[in-house]
Write a protein that binds this ligand. Structure first.
Ligand SMILES: Cc1cc2nc3c(=O)[nH]c(=O)nc-3n(C[C@H](O)[C@H](O)[C@H](O)COP(=O)(O)OP(=O)(O)OC[C@H]3O[C@@H](n4cnc5c(N)ncnc54)[C@H](O)[C@@H]3O)c2cc1C
Length: 382
């Protein structure tokens, strides 16, 4: 079997690359080890920019009909309990941010990739086919047997545990540029309607805990910490969540009969590690497979989709020119650096130098609360 493009992973990154290429008339095979709808451990905070991209691919009506839960404000709570409330800016076309369970959100994207013309197949990719340093397709488990599926280009969008990245990118991510996080859903909690909350306190810095409401009295709740610190403190995520729920201001918001469900943890690859290679002969790494998560906020969906769009653009041009060598695809590394690096680096600096010190976090949050110019400046830097 020979295809033009194989995309491994049908999360936000893979689905975006698939719809971008299929809508340009390319032959796209989209593979995922899971059947959709499927869960993905996440805070479910979907920024406005994501919806703007979905509109560009023809999803405006679907989004309008879905009735997702919009969020218009954020609250940051400092170690000493100071609050800063800020607006979440809408996108250029007026799109709002939302909290949407990934079970629902990713299925909508994957379905749109198929409607756009990509062929979806449930298959667990085991490794890329490598010939003379050039990727020529993948070996995948389909219907109980292992198949070789050849293609001109492979786009890896198979997340943090990417088998394609493992084979091609030996340098990998260092612990300083990774995090671990735990997500749960909680029923019967007092939420701030349409407002996401970030809690920065001593036991979790340089990470944070969150409460992202997704309806009345229910929310996505969780916490995450940079991996090097987590290892050093010999942390236990479930224990940390229990401690968070014991904080008096949180405890008093839990209603009689409250319960957690779907508790699960996962890793994050930050986009702050300098000069990582993501373009190879016949292959590109996108989304979490390439490591593009914001090291301050932990948000990765928008960057996954941006990197996927840039990979699709590079693939389209390379296929038109009939050259899919590393030399031809390395423009992808330049494009992602130009579009994403500045913001990622700035976030990394704030995470490294500010979040380490609880007292400084208190001062910044207090100052932001009192001085709207300072707050606006700080918010635009995020
Ligand atoms: C706890 C937590 C909270 C987060 N909160 C937020 C948030 O609130 N907002 C935000 O923007 N980001 C958040 N993120 C980051 C976000 O989840 C990721 O950045 C985003 O999912 C990346 O999308 P992706 O398409 O690259 O990868 P994924 O969404 O991970 O999709 C990868 C896909 O590849 C498939 N796959 C994997 N291996 C194989 C294989 N071998 N063969 C075939 N298919 C395979 C998987 O089944 C999956 O469908 C959070 C992450 C964590 C861990």
């Amino acid at each position: 079997m020979e295809r033009e493009i194989i995309i491994v992973g049908a999360g936000p990154g893979g689905a975006t690359a698939a719809m971008a290429l299929a809508q340009q008339g390319h032959d796209v095979l989209l593979l995922d080890r899971q059947r959709f709808p499927r869960d993905k451990v996440c805070g479910d905070g979907i920024p406005a920019g994501v919806f703007e991209m979905m509109y560009e691919y023809g999803m405006r009506e679907k989004v309008a009909q879905a009735g997702f839960y919009p969020v218009t404000q954020m609250r940051i709570v400092s170690p000493q309990g100071y609050n800063f409330d800020g607006d979440l800016s809408p996108g250029k076309t007026g799109a709002l941010s939302h909290v949407v369970p990934r079970l629902q959100f990713d299925a909508m994207l994957q379905e749109h990739a198929v409607v756009s013309g990509a062929e979806f197949c449930q298959a667990k990719v085991e490794e890329p086919i490598l010939e003379n340093g050039q990727v020529k397709g993948v070996r995948a488990k389909v219907n109980g047997g292992v198949k070789e599926i050849r293609s001109k280009i492979v786009i890896a969008a198979d997340g943090v545990t990417s088998v394609i990245a493992r084979a091609l990118q030996p340098e990998g991510h260092q612990d300083l540029h990774r995090a671990v996080a735990l997500r749960a859903y909680i029923d019967d909690i007092d939420v701030l309607p349409h407002q996401v909350e970030f809690f920065l306190y001593k036991g979790i810095l340089p990470g944070y805990a969150w409460i992202f409401p997704n309806g009345e009295n229910r929310a996505n709740i969780g916490l995450g910490m940079r991996l090097d610190k987590f290892r050093r403190r010999k942390g236990n995520l479930k224990e940390l969540l229990r401690t968070f729920l014991e904080i008096p201001t949180i405890k008093e918001r839990l209603r009689t009969g409250w319960r957690l469900h779907s508790v699960s943890s996962w890793q994050l690859n930050f986009g702050s590690q300098k000069n990582l290679q993501r373009a190879y002969g016949g292959a590109m790494l996108t989304g979490d497979a390439g490591g593009f998560i914001n090291p301050l906020t932990g948000g990765g969906i928008h960057n996954a989709m941006i990197s996927a769009r840039l990979a699709a653009k590079t693939a389209h041009q390379a296929l038109l020119a009939g050259d899919v060598s590393q030399e031809a695809l390395k423009v992808y590394d330049t494009l992602v650096r130009e579009e994403l690096w500045k913001g990622l680096y700035r976030s990394y600096m704030i995470q490294r130098w500010l979040l380490l010190f609880p007292r400084i976090v208190d001062v910044v949050v207090r100052q932001a609360n009192q001085d709207s110019t300072f707050a606006r400046t700080f918010m635009t830097k995020l």
